[in-house]
Write a protein that binds this ligand. Structure first.
Ligand code: BES
Ligand code: MN
Ligand code: ZN
Length: 506
């Protein structure tokens, strides 16, 4: 899809559909009044009948809208108030794109001014572009039949701006949004890809391609090297699957050689059946999404390279499959991790923390200024926060606060859970240094407490994305399936850090 920005008068602009944003209770702006008059009071009637009031989530599609040059008019409700407005714009634009794509239109034009409120046209252009690119996303590469019942991709979307200066600023914002959204789409595609296709080696191949396209270094460790180096926790998880594990490292250098990198660690369990502690059959298919952390890391590195962000990054992805078999690890096993510390296995379904433990140990080799891991780590996180926020925990309050802020700005919200010392008692083992489960109470926290014991000398934060990586129903800018969560959050975090460092220097 092509998004361009043009300076044209909305009412005289020829397009398959003119998209207009309406703030709840504010259907009296000059443009809306003019539209209403031209359409003989159609908008007034819609508001009176309660059909369309401008609430967030509401849309009204009108066709036969002569004397407008457009073939159709779509009103998109933006809700009311400033709080959370960015997110409502993104959702509204996403909903519009999905709806019009569903009607098989070739494109549409959106009147930027009607989405602005007190924001600049450039800022709004960035947000609505994200909404459009992400809302129109579909994973249908495996559907070979009934092509006519599937939405055709939108070809051109035009954002209508009022001045030449607005066109220039908005165009730059669209270009940046496209780079970020390509990262999100990459992450969604990887998550949606079925388990039979995405082996650990498949993830490694993807990483190599991303590295080559973005001028990054990529190295991949295979079983033999992992054995020689002593990745005992990762290898323990991997041993139930016939598909060999991989450890994938991507390095992006956007700043000076000497600058300490930020390390991003992503859980890459390509399918999590639970191992010998087998999961129930219901919804087990969704466990193909257990590599969403890895997908977020890959998407973020791709976007950072495309945006040429002036930072150094290292992405570390432990990639394995967790299956039961005659060679699988078992409850009661004791594994020796890469750090040398030993782990008693109580439940083979608590595999994510094991591969992350070795990856965190590996991160130390890069002397990172901070490490952020992302993982679909615990079902307990869904119980705690549902699907509207990821959990953040860690050992550095400044890092956590910066991430929380990026979560608010990007709309990929986080909520902090405590990591008090007391929780550590739940993962003490009698026979090893630590055990891999802490029982039912505070499952998300005890998982993080486990990771913390491997992050001792690191500035570290952990994001549990179990509830946010997968969308069950589909909403605004997120269709059913993989959400690509983490990419927009991390890019936003990096941009805010860069901005903060620049201010400090100035
Ligand atoms: N991948 C799962 C967590 C998960 C569950 C992610 C549902 C997304 C949706 C993880 O490996 C797991 O199985 N965790 C166990 C830990 C328990 C055995 C301590 C869980 O949450 O039940
Ligand atoms: Mn599991
Ligand atoms: Zn898992």
């Amino acid at each position: 899809m092509q998004i361009d920005v043009r300076r044209v008068t909305p009412l005289r602009h020829k397009t398959p559909c003119l998209v207009v944003g309406v703030d709840e209770g504010k259907n009296t702006t000059p443009l809306l009044k003019e539209l209403d008059q031209l359409l003989h009071g159609a908008l007034t009637r819609a508001v009176r009948s309660g059909e369309f009031k401008g609430k967030s989530g509401e849309t009204l599609l009108l066709s036969g809208v002569k004397p407008l040059a457009a073939e159709r008019l779509l009103l998109v409700g933006l809700g009311k108030g400033q709080h959370g407005r960015d997110e409502r714009l993104r959702q509204g634009a996403g909903q519009a794109a999905a709806l019009l794509q569903g009607r098989r239109l070739s494109g549409f034009s959106l009147v930027l001014a009607t989405f602005c409120g007190n924001m600049t046209p450039a800022a709004v252009a960035g947000i609505v572009s994200e909404g459009i690119l992400l809302g129109s996303y579909r994973f249908d590469r495996y559907r070979t039949e009934n092509a006519d019942t599937r939405p055709q991709s939108l070809q051109t979307v035009t954002l209508l701006a009022a001045t030449a200066a607005d066109v220039a600023a908005a165009t730059a914002a669209v270009t940046a949004a496209e780079a970020v959204c390509r990262g999100v789409v990459l992450a969604r595609d990887l998550v949606n890809e079925p388990g039979n296709v995405k082996s650990p080696e498949y993830l490694a191949t993807q990483a190599r391609n991303i590295a080559a396209a973005g001028g990054m270094r990529c190295s991949v460790l295979e079983r033999k090297q992992l054995e020689e180096e002593g990745w005992g926790a990762l290898l323990g998880v991997a041993q139930g699957s016939a598909r060999e594990p991989r450890l994938i490292v991507l390095e992006y250098q956007g700043a000076g050689e000497g600058e300490r990198p930020l390390a991003l660690v992503g859980k890459g369990v390509v399918f999590d059946a639970g191992g010998i502690s087998l999961k129930p059959a219901e919804k087990m298919d969704e466990m193909k999404m257990d590599m969403a952390g890895a997908a977020a890391v890959l998407g973020t590195l791709q976007a950072a390279a495309a945006l040429r962000l002036p930072v150094n990054l290292v992405g570390i992805i432990p990639a394995v499959e967790n299956l039961p078999s005659g060679t699988a690890y078992r409850p009661g096993d004791i594994l020796t991790s890469l750090s040398g510390r030993t782990v008693e296995i109580l439940n083979t379904d608590a595999e994510g923390r094991l591969i992350l433990a070795d990856a965190l140990t590996c991160a130390k080799r890069y002397n990172p200024r901070a490490v952020i891991d992302l993982a679909t780590l615990t079902g307990a996180c869904i119980i705690a926060l549902g699907h509207h926020a990821s959990a953040v925990l860690g050992n550095n309050e400044a890092l956590i606060q910066a991430l929380l802020k990026a979560g608010e700005t990007s709309g990929e919200r986080l909520w902090q859970l405590p990591l008090w010392e007391e929780y550590g008692a739940q993962i003490k083992s009698e026979v090893a240094d630590v055990k891999n489960t802490g029982g039912r109470p505070a499952g998300t926290i005890t998982a993080a407490a486990f990771l913390q014991t491997f992050a001792a000398d690191l500035t570290w934060a952990h994001l549990d994305i179990a509830g946010t990586a997968w969308e069950e129903k589909g909403r605004g800018d997120v269709p059913k399936g993989g959400t690509g969560v983490g990419v927009r959050l991390l890019v936003c975090y990096l941009q805010q850090q860069i901005e903060r460092d620049r201010r400090k220097k100035a």
